[in-house]
Design a binder for this molecule. Structure first.
Ligand SMILES: [Zn+2]
Length: 381
């Protein structure tokens, strides 16, 4: 019986997928975006690193935080210096992100952090948002973040994705268990910071109906662990991921944006108030970044996007009511299809998909049988 924390079939498949994935284009060093929120500036700066360490060994099934192109730090810093000196000095909110995890010293070295701190000195910011894997959170790391970046409030976003150990292991390949999440959230709170739980919608190997039910459960679990707020992420299909391979074989598709609306309207008012939405649309201009995105239909997509945008900025209940009452053929089709779908993992279905993957990626038969046995054995949650 296989007992590793990680599913060895998924691990081997995602490792092969990572190896075949293209590196980021070499000219990509850093980029930024400025928007207006709450009558203030929202800034977002992204910079090149070697990428997420978990990803390198065979990472999450939907994630392509990129295969960093290993540009020397000094070149990245030069670019960041130019960007930060040209950007405004005052922010309501600012997101700073490397390719993967800011608290991974293999990715963002101590030297890099110290230099980033120098570049940040002149910036006034109310809320600074960074993101990290929960298993990279340490008290020292959090202290270093506070010391490096001056902000009134610091939020650390954790890619929780799912609040269920079985799903994390066998559908996401997250390489973590929920206890890691609980522990990380506790440390963030102890550091006087704010813990944000990023919840995924459209995890591979589950039906859309389950994706809705599962996201709602994961939101509630994250809150019981002490998360201060939630961000919902409907997944896009990104190249060089297992999700894109499944998509190419018609075994995966992004959820409908109606599922995002459904999740929001089903939350209790007090949970709704602390749940934000993100990445419901593709922000990238480069066509190689995203293969498929959560959507509705051509007839209503533009309307739905405007309403979601409005909701993101205002969090007004009225906007959600309009979305809930909005009528379109694609919405009735979506609703009808859901009724035929299972609310839980469909074991025969996931077994069929695993067998298909194992054949395509040449996984040893004994390993596959061991994992399937273990998956069945540990199911019932
Ligand atoms: Zn429609």
């Amino acid at each position: 019986m296989v007992k590793e924390r990680e599913n060895q079939v998924l691990k081997q498949v995602t490792r092969q997928i990572y190896q075949d994935r293209d590196f980021f284009p070499p000219e990509l060093l850093a980029n930024y975006r400025i928007e207006r929120v709450n009558n203030g500036n929202f800034g977002d700066v992204w910079f090149m690193t070697r990428g997420c360490s978990h990803d390198i060994g065979g990472g999450c099934t939907m994630c392509n935080y990129g295969k960093g192109n290993r540009v020397p730090e000094e070149k990245i810093l030069e670019n960041l210096k130019k960007i930060l000196s040209e950007m405004p000095e005052d922010y309501e909110e600012f997101v700073i992100s490397p390719v993967g995890n800011i608290l991974d010293s293999n990715e963002v070295s101590e030297h890099m952090m110290a230099e980033l701190g120098k570049l940040w000195k002149h910036i006034r910011c109310k809320t600074l948002i960074t993101e990290s894997r929960a298993d990279l959170i340490t008290a020292e790391g959090l202290a270093r973040l506070k010391q490096t970046f001056n902000a009134e409030l610091q939020c650390v976003e954790l890619g929780i994705e799912s609040g269920d150990d079985w799903v994390l292991r066998n559908c996401v390949n997250k390489g973590m268990v929920t206890e890691d999440y609980r522990h990380a959230i506790r440390m963030i709170k102890d550091a006087g910071m704010y813990a944000v739980a990023n919840i995924g919608i459209g995890i591979p190997f589950m039906s859309e109906r389950m994706a809705i039910e599962h996201a709602i459960k994961s939101i509630h679990k994250s809150l019981t662990w002490g998360a201060d707020s939630i961000v919902l992420f409907p997944y896009h299909v990104k190249p060089g991921t297992l999700a894109s391979w499944l998509y190419g074989h018609k075994e995966y598709a992004p959820v409908s944006l109606w599922s995002l609306v459904e999740i929001l309207v089903r939350l209790e008012p007090e949970v709704q108030d602390i749940t934000r939405i993100s990445w419901y649309k593709n922000y990238y201009e480069e066509p190689w970044r995203i293969i498929a995105s959560p959507s509705t239909c051509d007839a209503c997509y533009a309307d739905v996007l405007v309403l979601l945008e409005e909701y993101k900025n205002s969090m007004r209940k009225e906007t959600l009511d309009i979305l809930q009452e909005y009528s379109c053929d694609c919405k009735s089709d979506w609703k009808e299809k859901l009724l035929d779908q299972p609310e839980e993992i469909d074991m025969p279905e996931i077994e069929r998909q695993y067998r298909m993957m194992a054949e395509a990626f040449k996984i040893a038969p004994e390993l596959l049988e061991d994992e399937l046995e273990y998956m069945k054995h540990t199911r019932g949650w």
